[in-house]
Ligand binder design. Structure first.
Ligand code: ZN
Ligand code: ZN
Length: 261
């Protein structure tokens, strides 16, 4: 259970320490996970069992792949029930395609029969959920499947995580209306030369990202996330040209805190 304050960490997702991001999982103050790509693959079981809320942005494997491994580890450790928050569409996909006894055991059914370790929490887009002292609100974004971004507010400061989205005016205008927003962690998947691929796969290029960074700066720090590993160096070089010293790239494994200036 979290007490107060908000510490944000992008979990590492590969073992050689290069910092490349293959998977998505953002840990808030050690107990709330936004996405579960590398949840269950990083940290000791005792660290993992502290996570009691998981919020999913969408159903793609780089965002949910670690969830079954995480549950498999923490189920027998007697921790708090894990609340899994996602839209009904995403929860249906998980049950049909992952927790189906073929890919992984049906943890949903098992949890209903014995001690409850998994609590499915269907979430309507735009509603607010309270989790460990945080207010977490979803906003619809544009991707190839139904996807949301999240605003995480600790009562004093707020941050937003918008991974896997194409350019989305709905998101930008809603974020502009949040007075205590300090940081936006934003998709920056592709270099400019892959703008067609970005378009068909529902992601941002460095140019798209830079436009948003300039729009929000300096009041809100905009940090690049979800950089495709095969384009990592190219993306960094383009961000340097587009934004210079104000280019911000979120580093895996490092703790970040954004507070009122
Ligand atoms: Zn995706
Ligand atoms: Zn993704």
């Amino acid at each position: 259970m979290r007490v107060f304050g908000m510490k944000v960490r992008l979990l590492p997702s590969e073992i050689s320490g290069s910092g490349l991001q293959f998977l998505s999982c953002y840990l808030i103050s050690d107990t709330v996970a936004i996405d579960a790509g590398s949840l269950g693959l990083v940290g000791t079981p005792n660290q993992q069992v502290r996570v009691d809320h998981v919020f999913l942005t969408h159903s793609h494997l780089d965002h949910v792949g670690g969830l079954p491994i995480f549950l498999d580890t923490v189920v027998e450790m007697g921790g708090e029930t894990v609340s899994l928050h996602a839209t009904p569409w995403v929860l249906d996909v998980l049950q049909a395609d992952i927790f189906n006894d073929r890919v992984m055991p049906d943890f949903v059914r098992i949890s209903q029969k014995g001690p409850v370790f998994l609590n499915l929490c269907p979430m309507e887009v735009g509603t607010m959920v309270f989790a460990d002292g945080l207010k977490i609100t979803s906003i619809e974004v544009k991707h190839v499947v139904p996807t949301v971004a999240y605003i995480i507010d600790d009562g004093k400061d707020a941050i937003a995580i918008a991974t896997d989205t194409a350019p989305c005016e709905n998101l930008y205008s809603k974020l502009e209306g949040i007075p205590n927003l300090r940081a936006l962690l934003l998709d920056c998947s592709f270099p400019v030369k892959q703008k067609e691929l970005a378009k068909v796969s529902g992601h941002l290029t460095t140019e798209d990202f830079a436009m948003v960074a300039k729009r929000f700066s300096p009041k809100i720090e905009v940090w690049a996330i979800h950089i495709k590993p095969r384009y990592h160096e190219e993306v960094l070089s383009e961000l340097d040209k587009l934004l210079g010293s104000s280019a911000r790239i979120l580093e895996a494994g490092r703790n970040y805190e954004w507070t009122t200036p």
